[in-house]
Design a protein around this ligand. Sequence first.
Ligand code: PHE
Length: 339
Amino acid sequence: MREKINALLKEVEAFSAENLEELENFRIKFLGKKGEIPALFADFKSVPPEQRREMGQLINTLKQTVQNKIVALKEKLDTQTGDQETQLDLTLPASAPLGSRHPLSIVRNEIIDIFSRIGFTVSEGPEIEDDFHNFTALNFPEEHPARDMQDTFFIEKDPDLALRTHTSSVQVRVMEKSQPPIRTISPGRVFRNEAISARAHCIFHQVEGLYVDENVSFTDLKQTLFYFARELFGEHTKIRFRPSYFPFTEPSAEMDVSCNICGGKGCNICKYTGWVEILGCGMVDPNVLEACHIDNKKYTGFAFGMGIERITMLKYQVNDLRLFFENDLRFLEQFTAAR
Ligand code: PHE
């Protein structure tokens, strides 16, 4: 019996388990009902009395060794598997999918960048506007049909509140608060009561610009917008101006850029003309300066306004404006690489 116990002791001491299953088998082999240790205790009955003390101690030592071994191995295995679960390799590249900016934000930021480089600041104003800032100060006479050019969502009659139809209202606010030189652009959301289609929406985004100082001329306007068009659409871009009408500018014009899709040869985006209209502009009407308490004998200015949707459609060849508002991931994900 002594030899058998010593052999088992050696076996226990040498044992090591790779996983919890091996450890459980080891436990069953020694401590299970039909295991080695219960068997030894059973055999103990036939040990001669003079050896009982020694054998008893030996069996207990074996049992204790087995139990210690199980506790030690279990602890080791637990910490190993725990490690695997919580161990982080901080050098791995992040695998979380990258978000992307909305295409309208990308283009808005780009427009802001281009104008900041030549000294324009950014100004913002309220989306709910009063009649004065959206119309009257901008030289829209009461009851004048020009107010119908921009189908307005009215909110209240007295005081006269509406959703702003353009961000020219922000420029009125800037002129009221400050004196020239003023160089500012106002990006923002605007609202018009129009039927939703591939080319129009009742909510869209604009960037409008204003420059007021001594001796500001139409030449300054042309050069500034020429710079802008080439920065945005590339250095080979050409521009042209067509006479137009806005109540707040005189003279007024619309500006076209050479079609950046076909390079001016003619395609369905430019309707085979080689040109696409991107903005309205003109010299600030002296009445507007006066309404904003700016000396219109001393100062002149130019203003312009453009729709961000339209420019984004051109830049990224998007053929339906509604895509900007649907937040379909299949559309948005295509802009992940852009800034
Ligand atoms: N406010 C005009 C619009 O919403 C755009 C514009 C701005 C035109 C400034 C001329 C000068 O259409």
